[in-house]
Design a protein around this ligand. Structure first.
Ligand SMILES: Cc1cc2nc3c(=O)[nH]c(=O)nc-3n(C[C@H](O)[C@H](O)[C@H](O)COP(=O)(O)OP(=O)(O)OC[C@H]3O[C@@H](n4cnc5c(N)ncnc54)[C@H](O)[C@@H]3O)c2cc1C
Ligand SMILES: Cc1cc2nc3c(=O)[nH]c(=O)nc-3n(C[C@H](O)[C@H](O)[C@H](O)COP(=O)(O)O)c2cc1C
Length: 790
């Protein structure tokens, strides 16, 4: 077998070594355009766990890496003259040139054919490597080979240039820890990401918004001039050391992903295939991990099953891990693009945001890494909350999740909310059934602060399905009152009504049938209305009528009578559903609203009707009771609602008397392309909370207490809604309290269930201790470093 590799970076070289060691009789050649000691960049970083992985692959490379690596455990965050340290993080690093020299030496020892100073022209690949069985494209972020095959029938590249400016420099300033210096300048905040990677060298990556960069007058290729300005700004932090340059021109990060990982007999790897922002230090790691994946696929299948089997296996092994790392990097990158939104924070809150920015690190992870850091952050949190709200948790320290929260006269016992979840179980006249009684009354015993009921419809035609509950008859009102009365009489959970009108998504099938498609029996469908006559799915759903003034007035009257009924039924709070593509959402999104009257066009026009409804409800809903609005903060589609739109919407509802924005996303167009992941919508809530100052509720793939505490600590939201996870475990809040050992008021458990309380606390305590023990055992081992010689 013969394998040719274009590009001698860490990815290409590591693949060459592993494959040659496993298959000494194969011919493996690498073509690198540079000389062996030519390199850009300064240090490279790995987590402890990555090194452990390399130990299992090639012992020789591992030992050489290990010997020379710098190791550090702490992350320091410098912010407004304060330094916060978070311990227990476990990173190691070396210089890029050193890593490459280890890999070059090993290539030579095992017999990889290394060719330096040979640039491969993409147009020559076919002829030049005609006798190769596999050609590996590992030519880095600016890959010319990828660019020559970038279309849908090639590597199908998706690329976007991110807005922040950054440059990579070095210095001899010693640094004991991985250090973030955040520096306020007259033009904005500049962050220096720094770490020492050899006895006398440290990496200094400077990053700032484009606006800050422009205002300072930096120039893209003026390395000397930029270094002089940065030296001046970071004079104190550099402690008199100069900045050292090495191709340190300014860049904007290209966020790149190849949807296809092979073309002909070429496979692609490393930065050429998927880039990961440097703030999570994973570019080199990602390249080497993909080298491992491709190596495994190649040695298992190339000779025996052919190249397609290799590609399938490579994809299977690596696609999800790459997407996860890239997603974490994207989220981290996005935080750095908006670091100014956190600038008003207290020091430890800011430090928590920095530590938890990529969402893989949570409150509980930090408790494990550095309990003292979390203790300091909690102390600061309780002190701030006492000052802001008068609630005093400075002694009891229940974790932020278990602090009370007030909206007007409504006091919630904690920050956990059960998200509205359609049950599709009403009868065909919108009447509740026994299912609703059992479901809501049962769930309310789970300990959450607030429970939303599902979207309830103010008129027959505003239902989504024939299983949706209504609020237009006295019977509806009485049935809801029965549930509300039970919840109030037997639990401390508060209960909120969500009112919504289905719009163009109405007259469709139940959630467990073919959702969003018309009712199968044609004669049971009813005409639907929307902002504009655009069907949900062209050719499938009926074309909605564009709602006119009379229609709007009718909808408004229906909502008002439903709100009056909800108040009489005793609901504590009212939410207006303006999300998920239903009638009011169809006005907000420019993708579903193409009206030319005063209800279409600008965001001010698009929110006019939802605001009219909200104001009408606010008039009849008692002033002492809070109201919220649920929005879809993204359409997950090009040309949809913008971040700026969401700020306008939140501010307008706030000014109209809304107390909380319930920040969901998507489901507004059928061809949305959401980016899922844990807490995947929380960033929208964070932006609205930080920019407009209105209280927000986050929702979406939040499944555990650690995430709730992280969200509250980092001001991503004030309340946290959990949907699916409370369907299968409505006792999640009680379980979390027992897990943290949080002692709540005596009457917090319903008296009928008190007998189980002591056991819950003891069982959960044992599990939390056991998990801690396992996690400590599973921690990557600490590696020997030059520091150990000191
Ligand atoms: C300016 C800059 C500085 C960086 N500094 C650091 C750092 O200090 N620490 C860190 O962890 N990460 C750093 N990174 C990221 C890191 O370099 C990459 O994530 C990582 O090296 C990816 O490895 P790779 O093998 O995929 O590609 P690369 O390391 O980029 O290697 C690709 C190789 O292909 C060669 N090549 C390109 N085209 C051809 C061709 N046509 N023919 C032959 N050879 C070719 C290049 O010369 C290069 O050696 C930096 C990135 C940039 C852009
Ligand atoms: C079966 C189901 C029914 C839902 N019903 C509603 C609803 O009635 N009103 C609403 O605003 N959102 C509804 N949602 C959205 C949820 O409230 C929540 O935003 C979503 O499930 C994401 O949160 P999760 O990941 O915690 O489940 C529903 C979601 C599901 C899965």
């Amino acid at each position: 077998m013969k394998i040719s590799i274009v590009g001698g970076g860490p990815g290409g070289l590591y693949f060459a070594i592993l494959t040659k060691v496993a298959r000494p009789d194969w011919h493996i050649e690498v073509f690198e355009q540079n000389k062996p000691d030519d390199t850009f960049g300064f240090g490279v970083v790995f987590s402890d766990s990555s090194l452990d992985e390399y130990e299992t692959r090639d012992q020789v490379v591992y030992e050489r890496m290990r010997k020379e690596f710098a190791y550090w455990d702490d992350i320091d965050i410098h912010f407004k003259g304060e330094k916060m340290t978070c311990r227990g993080n476990g990173f190691c690093g070396t210089s890029r040139v050193h890593l490459l020299s280890i890999l070059h030496d090993r290539c030579s020892e095992v017999g990889v054919d290394l060719h330096f100073e040979q640039r491969i022209d993409p147009s020559t690949i076919e002829a030049r490597f005609a006798d190769s069985d596999l050609v590996l494209i590992a030519d880095g972020i600016n890959s010319a080979v990828r660019d020559a095959h970038s279309g849908a029938d090639g590597f199908d590249v998706a690329v976007s240039t991110r807005s922040n400016r950054f440059c990579w420099m070095g210095s001899k300033r010693p640094l004991t820890d991985f250090t973030f210096f955040f520096k306020e300048t007259e033009h904005g905040v500049i962050c220096a990401h720094t770490y020492q990677y050899t006895q006398d060298m440290s990496t200094w990556i400077f990053e700032m918004t484009d606006g800050c960069w422009q205002a300072h007058g930096f120039e893209e290729d003026d390395e000397e001039g930029s270094a002089a300005m940065l030296q001046e700004i970071f004079q104190e932090e550099l402690e008199g050391h100069a900045l050292i340059l090495n191709r340190s021109n300014w860049r904007q990060f290209p966020r790149l992903f190849c949807n296809t990982w092979h073309v002909g007999k070429m496979a692609i790897l490393g930065d050429a295939k998927a880039s990961a922002h440097f703030s999570i230090g994973s570019g080199t790691k990602l390249a080497m991990d993909c080298a491992i994946g491709l190596f495994e696929a190649t040695v298992s299948h190339l000779e025996t099953d052919g190249i397609d089997a290799v590609f399938d296996e490579y994809d299977r092994l690596r696609r999800i891990p790459v997407q996860i790392v890239q997603h974490n990097a994207d989220v981290s990158l996005a935080w750095f693009e908006h670091m100014e939104r956190s600038w008003d924070m207290d020091p430890y809150q800011f430090a928590m945001v920095v530590m938890c920015r990529a969402k893989s690190v949570t409150y509980d992870n930090l408790l494990l890494r550095d309990p003292e850091f979390v203790h300091a952050a909690d102390t600061e949190w309780y002190a701030r909350y006492f000052e802001q709200s008068g609630y005093d948790y400075r002694e009891s320290r229940p974790t932020p999740m278990f602090t009370r929260y007030r909206l007007r006269d409504l006091e919630l016992r904690n920050r956990v909310v059960m998200s509205p979840m359609a049950q599709y179980s009403a009868d065909e006249n919108g009447n509740l059934t026994d299912w609703h009684l059992a479901h809501y009354c049962g769930a309310a015993r789970g300990g959450m602060g607030l429970m939303f009921v599902e979207m309830t419809c103010p008129s027959p035609e505003s239902r989504i399905t024939l299983g949706c509950p209504g609020m237009w008859t006295d019977d509806h009102e009485a049935a809801w009152k029965r549930i509300v009365d039970f919840v109030h009489a037997n639990t401390l959970t508060k209960i909120a009504m969500q009112l919504g009108h289905s719009g163009r998504k109405g007259s469709t099938q139940l959630g467990w049938e073919t959702m969003d498609y018309p009712i199968a029996e044609e004669d049971r469908n009813w005409p639907v209305q929307s902002a504009s006559p655009i069907p949900w799915v062209e050719g499938e759903n009926q074309v909605p009528a564009e709602i006119d003034r009379d229609g709007m007035d009718k909808v408004c009257r229906d909502f008002v009578q439903a709100a009056e009924r909800a108040n009489r039924a005793g609901f504590d709070m009212l939410e207006l559903h303006c999300a998920h593509g239903y009638l009011l959402a169809s006005f907000l999104s420019p993708l579903s609203n193409v009206r030319t009257d005063e209800y279409g066009g600008s965001i001010d026009n698009r929110m006019r009707f939802p605001l009219e409804i909200f104001r009408a409800l606010r008039e009849v809903w008692p002033m002492e009771k809070p109201m919220s609005v649920r929005i879809s903060a993204s359409d997950w589609k090009q040309g949809g609602i913008t971040e700026a739109d969401t700020f306008s919407i939140a501010a307008a509802f706030r000014d109209a008397g809304c107390d909380l924005i319930d920040v969901s996303a998507g489901q507004t167009v059928a061809d949305q392309k959401p980016i899922y992941g844990r807490m995947f919508q929380t960033g929208f809530s964070e932006a609205i909370r930080n920019v407009t100052g209105i209280a927000t509720m986050a929702v979406g793939a939040i499944t555990e207490a650690a995430q709730v505490n992280t969200i509250l600590h980092t001001r991503r939201a004030d309340l946290v809604a959990i949907g699916r996870a409370q369907l299968w475990n409505p006792f999640l809040t009680r379980q979390a309290a027992a897990w943290y050992g949080t002692r709540l008021d005596n009457d917090d458990w319903e008296k009928q269930y008190l007998a189980g309380r002591a056991q819950a606390y003891s069982v959960q305590k044992k599990s939390s201790e056991q998990q801690l023990e396992w996690q400590l055992k599973a921690r990557p081992k600490r590696h020997f470093t030059f520091r150990d010689n000191d």
